[in-house]
Write a protein that binds this ligand. Structure first.
Ligand SMILES: [Zn+2]
Length: 159
């Protein structure tokens, strides 16, 4: 009996099934993973991570890794899954610290403070919020990729 990796949740499933028994995604409509992405997906599924993170990381692997060169192969929903992390957007550096990304958190935080002091120095205090808002968006956009690098690739640094 053959098995295949579900493109929806990344679990190993019997390849004759029409739907994934875990996430109910139709298997025939799932784009097949490249063999490199398949290997990476298998490795991700063996890591000690929550299913939510495994799913997100399998999608990043499917998109070709942290630089996501094959992002276009993902569906819009899949792109949203990896593209934005709401908790990181809301909690910024605190979220990064909780994920063990303290180096990134310190650098981003220092850059934010620096950005705010620059706009203050040139007399544009009203732009403080804008700098803070941009930093929040940056945390939200970068978190999944940064955590992928740390948790999947074992890179302690960098962006
Ligand atoms: Zn599934």
């Amino acid at each position: 009996m053959g098995s295949t990796t579900c493109g929806g949740c990344g679990k190993q499933v019997y390849d004759k099934l029409s739907k994934c028994p875990y996430c109910r995604k139709s298997l025939s409509s799932v784009t097949s993973l490249s063999s490199a992405a398949q290997l990476e997906a298998d490795r991700i599924n063996s890591l000690d991570l929550s299913n939510k993170w495994k799913k997100c990381f399998v999608l990043i692997a499917k998109a070709g890794g942290p630089d996501v060169p094959q992002l276009k192969q993902l569906s819009p929903k899949e792109r949203r899954t990896i593209g934005f992390n709401l908790l990181a957007f809301l909690f910024g550096p605190i979220y990064y610290l909780l994920k063990g990304l303290w180096r990134q958190a310190s650098v981003y935080f220092a850059l934010t403070v620096f950005g705010i002091s620059v706009v203050d120095a040139v007399g544009l205090e009203q732009m403080d919020r804008m700098v803070g808002g941009m930093a929040s968006i940056f945390y939200g956009v970068r978190a999944n990729i940064s955590y992928y690098r740390r948790a999947v690739l074992g890179e302690t640094f960098w962006l």
